[in-house]
Design a binder for this molecule. Structure first.
Ligand SMILES: [Zn+2]
Length: 391
């Protein structure tokens, strides 16, 4: 690969301020033009929100399943972070390239776009797909939409590598990532009239305590030693409610987070909490005031990536990226969404997740080189069409 060309592409990608709250379509159109000019067939899939788009491009034959290389085009905000340089102007200091998204995950996208013209000139037996998504950093709505499209396409990819920053280590499993907003509606009254009101704050506290007890039980259940915390986790990260010390609170809401182990689902945990609310809390609340309610609103729910569903792909990719055993990461990725539609997926990309989302995010040029070597090793296998992706 040509490192200068890759850095130049990365510079242009970083300059698109694709923070998730902003449009990403300009970046997608720019990438689409590059890919079309080297002969790719490109689909730009627009989101519901104006200015949001996914990209799905194909090099090689389109009558058979290919390998998809996928990256999210959005980045996290920079507000409140002390950067040493403009986060949207790539700056090289030593062997590091600084900029928002340099690691997470425009570095990977730059490597793929740099390699695309060479891959386009080859006679690929296994097609190569390039996918770019939006809103990965919020609710993964872009990949949910792209996956729905791929699920109904005549041919869907036979496998996918998502280039999240893993320092080019091969990752075959990650936990799910779900957040639900729980809203408790009680019944307000003067606090001296204890029996005439239903405290939403106290009810929320009971649910939080139940979730905490549930966590203790989960520690005795399914376990996966690839993760630092080897169990499904349930956690309440924020709570707000009530008005004053002498008013029985009408409203209280909290954010419930569930990180489900591969092979389990966030809804298993959620259903237990719901059942507890229905059986143990709501009847007594409604006996005092019928409008009392407990509502669960999904903020985000991304399924886990299960390493029992991508073993062949992991074995095929490992020697190409120079890693030996597939590992696990505890951050959520889009991989589980693709696995759910039957596309085996692994995660491997340049850069270190520990600098992602932080001020002075960077990717090392040696990491871009390593990703370039991975793509160079992949190319002849796609040309020969002998990459065993399924099974
Ligand atoms: Zn990312």
């Amino acid at each position: 690969m040509d490192l200068d060309a890759t850095v130049d592409i990365l510079r242009q990608l970083v300059a698109f301020e694709t923070v998730s709250s902003r449009p990403n379509a300009q970046l997608v159109d720019w990438a689409a033009e590059r890919l079309r000019s080297c002969g790719a067939r490109v689909l730009v899939q627009h989101g519901d929100e104006p200015g949001k788009a996914n990209l799905f491009a194909t090099l090689g034959p389109d009558d058979r399943a290919g390998l998809m290389l996928s990256g999210h085009s959005d980045v996290v905000p920079v507000e409140g972070q002390a950067w040493s340089s403009d986060p949207f102007r790539l700056e090289q200091r030593g062997g590091r390239l600084y900029g928002r998204g340099a690691a997470d995950m425009k570095g990977f996208i730059a490597c793929v776009l740099e390699a695309a013209p060479r891959l386009a000139r080859m006679r690929l037996r296994t097609p190569l797909h390039v996918a770019l998504s939006y809103d990965e950093e919020t609710d993964m709505g872009g990949m949910h939409r792209l996956a729905a499209h791929l699920a109904s396409a005549p041919v869907r990819p036979a496998g996918c590598v998502i280039g999240e920053p893993t320092s080019m280590r091969l990752v075959a499993a990650n936990k799910g990532s779900a957040c639900y907003r729980v809203e408790v509606r009680g019944h307000s009254a003067h606090s001296s009239l204890r029996d005439q009101g239903v405290s939403a704050v106290e009810t929320a506290a009971e649910i939080v305590a139940f979730a905490n007890a549930l966590q203790r039980r989960l520690r005795a259940g399914a376990r996966h030693d690839g993760f630092e915390f080897p169990f499904t986790s349930v956690h309440v990260g924020r709570i707000e409610g009530g008005t004053a010390h002498n008013i029985i609170a009408r409203d209280c809401a909290f954010l419930l987070e569930i990180r489900a182990l591969p092979g389990t689902r966030s809804t298993d945990v959620l259903d237990e909490i719901r059942a507890y609310c229905d059986a143990a809390l709501l009847p007594a609340m409604r006996a005092i005031a019928p409008e009392c309610a407990i509502a669960f609103e999904r903020v985000v729910d991304t399924p886990p990536l299960d390493d029992r569903g991508n073993a062949a792909l992991a074995r095929a990719v490992a020697p190409l990226c120079g890693d030996h055993g597939p590992g696990c990461v505890s951050f959520g990725t889009e991989a589980g969404i693709l696995q759910e539609i039957g596309v085996p997926t692994v995660v491997c990309g340049p850069g270190d997740i520990r600098v992602a989302h932080r001020p002075d995010e960077y990717v090392e040029t040696t990491q871009l080189d390593a990703c370039g070597r991975f793509l160079a090793a992949l190319a002849p296998r796609l040309e020969q069409g002998d990459l065993p992706l399924a099974g």
